[in-house]
Design a protein around this ligand. Sequence first.
Ligand code: ATP
Length: 306
Amino acid sequence: QGNLRSYVRTLVHIYGNMLNSVGAAAKVFDYLDRKPQVSMEGDLQPENLKGHVQFQGLTFTYPTRPNRPALQGLSLDLKPGQITALVGPSGGGKSTCVSLLERFYEPQEGEILLDGQPLHQYQHKYLHRKVAMVGQEPVLFSGSIRENIAYGLLDCPLEKVQEAARQANAHGFISQLEHGYDTDVGERGSMLSGGQKQRIAIARALIREPQVLILDEVTSCLDAESEGMVQQALASCPSQTLLVIAHRLKTVEKADQIVVIDKGVVLEQGTHEELMSKKGSYYRLKERLFTEEAEGQADENEHPIQ
Ligand code: ATP
């Protein structure tokens, strides 16, 4: 009965959103329906997944742009417990990497391996659980913070919600709110800042204990404090493979591996120190940003590296 009540409440919230705003509802359903567009599916669902992801010679061309490959023989190794940051100019291929990892598309050449097995050999549902994505504009629905974090998990105890919020560095600000975890986030989370919304979305992803977490870093509306908190949350994520699409270079310095992607190929990769001393494309991106800052063309919240 408790389960049913919780389920109905979730439905009521979604329905409420629908009445409030068709756009918001569409987004919620997009989120719910987020599933791979490719048909091939296997039945692998191992109990102990390490989350080792290998992109092997991926070549991919969008059907709508047949003459311009978005990825051209791209290879990457994402190790469990490590943070990998993808950086590079706009249109370089960062989001396409994520779309292929989420199996929205199938590469024309090459393949992605998860713990040594091709992605298509895994069951869709299983992959969806194990590979979580937190987008730039996290989808929150009007309801409490607790409901937003526990979203879809029936009868999830508050302790579990709090634990996920702690990992996502959200517990501090939530506890300071008058109604704590029962605070209503407002329509589409309008009561919260961009950084707070993203931390709630990270908590929502972490509570499901995914092995691979993909984060498309927010580019705007992120105050300095929230930004630091999101970084800390990432740094302390327990034993997961983390892939961050970084739009600002200063957020990637602590990554175990920084990969610079342009025109669908990997230009260079290494740690911040390694790439800085190499004085290659990463160094130049950094330098450009530094010059822009010196000239006062960009403020704290607007540092897209593109
Ligand atoms: P940004 O930092 O601006 O998000 P990105 O590095 O993520 O850029 P992608 O979005 O992966 O780059 O784009 C790689 C190439 O594929 C670009 O030439 C882009 O125009 C093209 N592209 C991206 N998405 C699509 C799509 N849905 N259909 C057709 N072409 C696309």
